[in-house]
Design a protein around this ligand. Structure first.
Ligand SMILES: Cc1cc2nc3c(=O)[nH]c(=O)nc-3n(C[C@H](O)[C@H](O)[C@H](O)COP(=O)(O)OP(=O)(O)OC[C@H]3O[C@@H](n4cnc5c(N)ncnc54)[C@H](O)[C@@H]3O)c2cc1C
Length: 481
């Protein structure tokens, strides 16, 4: 993966830049020691690493604005960082950039049950947003599997989803407003504690913009009343394709479960060894969850099991207690960790029309044989958001490159069947060079013009989202003009 050559002029001014940052923030909020910088050299896409020039950890919107003004004046790139769990390399620094981490911005600012919103600082973790309101029977719906660690800032930047987003939507459907600081240090309020804002839908532009347009410091989030009850059912099949066909039929029937999750045999085996969730050993497993009153749950599960029976399941097991339901979800939420426990892997994130699931799963199996690399599948099947995990050996020369080529072919297949390159993990560096597969030059140009407006000097989160060759050619064209 190509990264831009660091700006030698910036590197040579490191001590002056660090001095300016240290003069503006408390000492402990500026990290510049080589050994300590190592902790920030990558995110969860650990195959790519590069220590930054420095790290700053501001504790207020005003401090964020100060840092950005300094970096803007010095012409230093800035990489916003939440908890560093991005699987797309979104928070990967360049050697000449300053990482701006928001982990100290972690307070709850306001809870309003009457109007159903919570206002938090952006470094607060996803799970602790629900933690702040669950005693009053409310919750925040988007639930990435990384929710114990990932920050609301990263969720907004990547428009993150999770298992329960089939019913409740992803981050953009649950975000009401943000406070954001531009690269030049201007503080902007976008959206608010109301349903819709006058003027352009800038909130829609910010959500999913991958730290390219500004640094989000506060967020107003929709909170919902907890449902009366919920119950998952485990459905086992003897092939991936049949499980995929069952998902397609459930969606076609118009039933709306809160979640339909898919795991194949390699994932079931790894998860069972790791989390002891009581999963049946079969080729493919669906976890389908419905919620509502006991009567609503019975009715929906009745329909779902009726559809599943047409596909000859090898196992059909409804959770009999809250404890069992928790264990089922613990298994699913541990799946990535369980796979990481036994192998290096690259986690992909393409989205496809649900009706293409059987075909795409079959093709992935065939490609896996062609490339000689194993694949494990665990994903949000209800909305067609696939996460093939390609297993490789990071210590074997050539394996990473082979894995990248295989991953690119899977994502191209997603686009070919009418889907897209990312469902929830974002583009980052991982899918940057594939953007031309999905978008025509005019489409990419329109997106880059939005970046021009918010960050004219292109200093925020460099080398992400747009293919390097495309953004470089554009810059050369502008200079020539
Ligand atoms: C085990 C595991 C499971 C996962 N499961 C899911 C899942 O189910 N669903 C899902 O959607 N994702 C999942 N992810 C991916 C990841 O957790 C999400 O992308 C998450 O939203 C990243 O949040 P973060 O705080 O760690 O952000 P980071 O990794 O720190 O950054 C992510 C992006 O956000 C930008 N950013 C960070 N802070 C700001 C800010 N203040 N202002 C502007 N931009 C900012 C960064 O520049 C970067 O581009 C998973 C990751 C792991 C490791």
């Amino acid at each position: 993966m190509e990264m831009p050559t660091p700006d030698a002029a910036i590197l040579s001014r490191k001590s002056k830049i660090v001095e300016r940052l240290r003069a503006a923030l408390p000492q402990a909020a500026v990290i510049h020691d080589e050994a300590e910088l190592r902790a920030y050299e990558c995110d969860a896409l650990t195959a790519y690493r590069c220590p930054p020039l420095a790290v700053v950890l501001p504790a207020s919107t005003a401090e964020v604005a100060t840092v950005l003004k300094i970096c803007h004046a010095e012409g230093v790139p800035v990489v916003p960082r939440g908890s560093g769990t991005s699987l797309a390399g979104g928070a990967l620094p360049t050697a000449d950039s300053v990482i701006l981490g928001v982990s100290r911005l972690n307070r709850v600012l306001e809870v309003d049950y009457d109007n159903r919103f919570i206002r938090v600082q952006s470094g607060r973790t996803n799970l602790s947003v629900t933690g702040a309101v669950e005693q009053d029977d409310f919750f925040y719906a988007p639930d990435p599997s990384s929710q114990l660690a990932c920050a609301i800032a990263g969720n907004i930047a990547m428009n993150s989803g999770g298992a329960h987003c089939l019913k409740y939507g992803v981050t953009t459907n649950n975000l009401l407003g943000v406070t954001m600081v531009s690269m030049a240090g201007e503080v902007m309020e976008i959206g608010g504690a109301h349903l819709d804002a006058a003027g352009y839908d800038l909130l829609g532009v910010i959500c999913g913009s991958e730290g390219q347009l500004g640094v989000v410091t506060e967020a107003t989030l929709r909170i919902l009343r907890k449902p009366e009850g919920a119950r998952p059912v485990l459905i086992g099949f003897d092939s991936n394709e049949v499980a995929g066909a069952c998902v397609s039929d459930i969606i076609k029937a118009g039933v709306l479960p809160v979640a339909i999750e898919f795991m194949d045999r390699p994932c079931i085996e790894a998860t069972e060894a790791f989390a002891k969730a009581g999963y049946p050993m079969c080729e493919a497993l669906l976890i389908v969850e419905v919620e509502g009153s006991p009567a609503e749950i019975d009715e929906q599960l009745g329909l779902i099991t009726q559809i599943a029976r047409r596909h000859n399941p090898v196992e059909l097991r409804e959770a009999q207690s809250e404890d069992e339901a928790k264990r089922i979800w613990l298994g699913r939420k541990s799946a990535f960790g369980a796979m990481g426990n036994i192998n290096d892997y690259m986690c992909l994130d393409g989205t496809i029309p649900v009706s293409s699931l059987p075909y795409v799963l079959k093709r992935i199996g065939e490609m896996s044989k062609d490339y000689g690399l194993d694949v494990a599948n665990v994903f949000h099947a209800g909305d067609g958001n696939m996460h093939p995990l390609i297993l490789f050996d990071a210590n074997k020369p050539g394996d990473l490159e082979l894995c990248e080529a295989f991953g690119a072919d899977i994502l191209k297949l997603c686009v070919e069947v009418g889907g897209c390159l990312t469902g929830e993990h974002g583009v980052g560096i991982e899918k940057r060079d594939l953007m031309t597969t999905q978008f025509a030059p005019e489409d990419l140009e329109a997106q880059m013009r939005v970046k021009d407006v918010f960050d004219p000097s292109w200093l925020l989160n460099p080398a992400k989202v747009f293919p390097l060759a495309v953004s470089r050619a554009r810059r050369e064209r502008d200079i020539a003009a």
